[in-house]
Write a protein that binds this ligand. Structure first.
Ligand code: PLP
Length: 424
């Protein structure tokens, strides 16, 4: 086993176990490594562990959960609870953390967007819930916000209607979204407006809030990857968004398949109703507190969100991670990350490495590494042993970004070794 792999082997729960099972004729070190491998689920499956310096990317497994989160999930798994009651408790926690009236734990930000759209379409109408995705409904979306995740809004059955001007997005001009462009697109079939918020698009959010508010059109904000900073948990709600979606499996550090939908109580209730298991008897069904049965003319069937059910483990894991995220000391976390990045940068002496502090990125500090052919270097790193991932988001500018958001501290040394070998 190479030094690199030894460094990557996770600690064994049998550390210190000197029983004959693990010690037979071996050195303590060999015994430790072999028992560790036996307990490594990835090794059992023949799947390699990777060094992730690319950020909390979904395709690399998202966040790395803190032991406290994993323990809460394990404890939650051993028992039965009413999922509606659990979501009610989650709603109160999410409301507290975001400033919203209510909240829902979803199976990711994409699921939150589909549920948000379904809520905007159906509201309290059980017949419309039953008809989804086959309804005539439009969701307005600024042209420059047509990310790959817009599919999640369309999955509700709504038609996405592009609005606004593209000049600022394409760099051809200075104009962004204007009020009249939203107003001109309004019609009785418009059920909501979507908005993908980030550091650039946020300048247009007040315009969207004002026009949507004046016309009673719910504004659904995709803020999936806008954490940290933690202030953003409250920011878009405070600005007037009706519903905001966050990923749980990215910076929040929750289970990978978790997310948050926060916002208006009536819309959250509709989203919850369309996600819950509804194989219930109308005579005995006790709805969650969020759902006022007087608003329903009947008990809905399984809704469009039934396939995105959040399990008790995800709900508890997400809420535990949210608590940690809210109380964490961001300044201390960023200072620690910056110290690690400085050490890595000095070990890469001779390469063009720039440390970009958290104040500049708006999230965590990163290292930008200038590489002549960035994509070729990225491929070499990914094909190495162990495989290494840097962010390719600025590859077109000849930069690979070392994003330490989910980089395990024990990976710093093997990462440096791999970078030294792979960078020209
Ligand atoms: C990651 C992301 C999503 C999807 O989030 P999941 O929690 O993985 O479902 C949606 N929108 C944006 C902008 C994202 O970055």
């Amino acid at each position: 086993m190479s030094n690199i792999l030894r460094l990557m082997t996770p600690p064994s729960p049998y550390d210190g176990d000197t029983s004959p099972r693990f010690a037979q004729g071996r050195t303590a070190e060999a015994s430790r490594l072999s028992s560790a491998s036996m307990n490594d689920p990835y090794e059992k499956l023949g799947v390699r562990r990777r060094i992730n310096a690319a950020g909390a990317l979904t395709r690399l497994g998202g966040a790395v959960m803190a032991p406290e989160v994993v323990e809460a999930m394990a404890a939650a798994s051993r028992g039965s609870v009413d999922i509606g009651e659990l979501q009610d408790a989650g709603s109160a926690r999410i409301a507290e953390a975001t400033g919203a009236e209510a909240g829902l734990v979803t199976t990711g930000a994409a699921a939150a967007l589909t549920l948000a759209a379904a809520a905007a379409i159906a509201r309290w109408d059980v017949a419309r819930m039953a008809a989804l995705p086959h309804v005539a409904a439009d969701i307005l979306l600024p042209r420059t916000h047509r990310t790959g995740y817009a599919h999640a809004l369309a999955a509700s059955g709504a038609r996405l209607v592009d609005i606004g001007h593209n000049d600022r997005g394409t760099g051809a001009g200075v104009r962004g979204l204007e009020a009249w462009e939203i107003e001109a697109a309004l019609s009785p079939s418009v059920v909501a407006m979507g908005f993908s918020v980030n550091a650039t698009s946020i300048v247009d959010l007040p315009t969207a809030v004002a026009v949507c508010g004046a016309h009673g059109v719910p504004l659904i904000v995709d803020a999936a990857a806008q954490l940290p900073p933690k202030e953003n948990l409250r920011r878009f709600i405070a600005m007037g968004a009706d519903l905001v979606a966050f990923s749980g499996g990215k910076a929040l550090g929750g289970p990978q398949a978790s997310g948050i939908l926060a916002g208006r109580r009536d819309l959250i209730a509709s989203a919850l109703l369309q996600q819950l298991d509804m194989d219930v008897s109308p005579d005995t069904w006790t709805p969650p507190k969020l759902i006022d049965r007087a608003n329903l003319r009947g008990v809905p069937h399984h809704g469009i969100g039934r396939g995105f059910k959040a399990g008790k483990e995800e709900i508890v894991g997400l809420l535990t991670a949210l608590d940690r995220f809210v109380t964490a000391d961001d300044a201390a976390t960023n200072a620690a990350l910056e110290a690690r990045l400085r050490a890595i940068a000095s070990a890469l002496d001779g390469h063009a490495v720039t440390l970009v502090p958290a104040e500049k990125t708006g999230r965590v500090p990163v290292l930008e590494i200038a590489v002549p052919d960035a994509l070729a270097a990225s491929v070499r790193l990914q094909r190495g042993d162990p495989p290494v991932h840097l962010s390719e988001r600025h590859a077109a500018r000849g930069i690979l970004t070392l994003d330490p958001q989910v980089l395990l501290p024990e990976h710093d040394a093997p990462l440096v070794e791999a970078l030294r070998a792979a960078l020209p």
